[in-house]
Design a binder for this molecule. Sequence first.
Ligand code: BDR
Ligand code: CA
Length: 323
Amino acid sequence: MRKIIFDTDPGIDDAYAIITAMKHPDIKVLGICTVAGNKGIEFTTTNAQKLIKLMNYDCQVYKGAKDSLLKVADDAGATHGIDGLGGVPLVYDKSSLSSISAVDYILNTVKENPNEIEIIAIGPVTNIALAIRKDKETMKKIKAIYTMGGGVYRGNITPVAEFNYWYDAQATKEMFELGVDVPIHMIGLDITHKSIVTNNDLEFMKMTGGELGQLLYDMILPYVEAYWKFSKYTGCVIHDLLCMIYAIDQTVCPKEAIYHSHLEVSTTGITIGQTVVDIVDSWKQPKNVYVPLKVDENKYKELFFKIVFGEEVAEMYRKYVLS
Ligand code: BDR
Ligand code: CA
């Protein structure tokens, strides 16, 4: 059983990723650490609690940083709806919030399970940087980090920067310093934008996915609207879900297009949050990141349907949507 900790700012695409992990038979989500990003920390924390209740899952939420190390913004505006989960009515139990902080939870859990914990970091990485500052030796005993953020050739919040890394560029820089000791996989915009979930895919989910399919459909509507408004996509890019699916099955990205490289992060000026990835190894610097640059988008979506809704739904997806 793989032992996973989420570090997240739910967030509609975060919710898709978390639900997918909770549905996977070989994954145990040990805990969900929250961070400010898509919304403020109170929203992201209660949203994580709501997902636990929705899925009737046995784990707790650990509240994390309310401000990034280099504060550039409060949140992601209306992209994720008024509350961060598209305004769908969900409830939560107060008891699912632990009194332990995100940083202490990460450190304690890694100490108790050396070289076994995988972190799925799908928000700004403030908590991870703070945990490294507090106890780097323990953080070196993380098995792997899968982080959604950055991009080799593009940004989304600025021409060169992606939202999570831009929101806390300093923390991002500090996280990647750990990348020489711990495998860090960066799922960046280059591949998330190659895996658009179409409106047809979403209609299929609503039609075949029962109550959960309907809820995930309702939840994602403001996000889809934002993609039309800002990018003129019909459909959307569920960034964090791709990060989770890659963590589950790396073959969703062809091996020959996964670059083990040196990465630097800009922390100032107009390039703040930009990831500079030396995929051609011009600098000859120690490699601190794995960056996939190609993705099999059909396989990605098929895996999502299989894990969350079962083989029968995945089969229908192949037969009626993909072919
Ligand atoms: C990332 O930013 C957030 O809005 C999403 O949840 C995702 O983690 C995409 O840039
Ligand atoms: Ca996120």
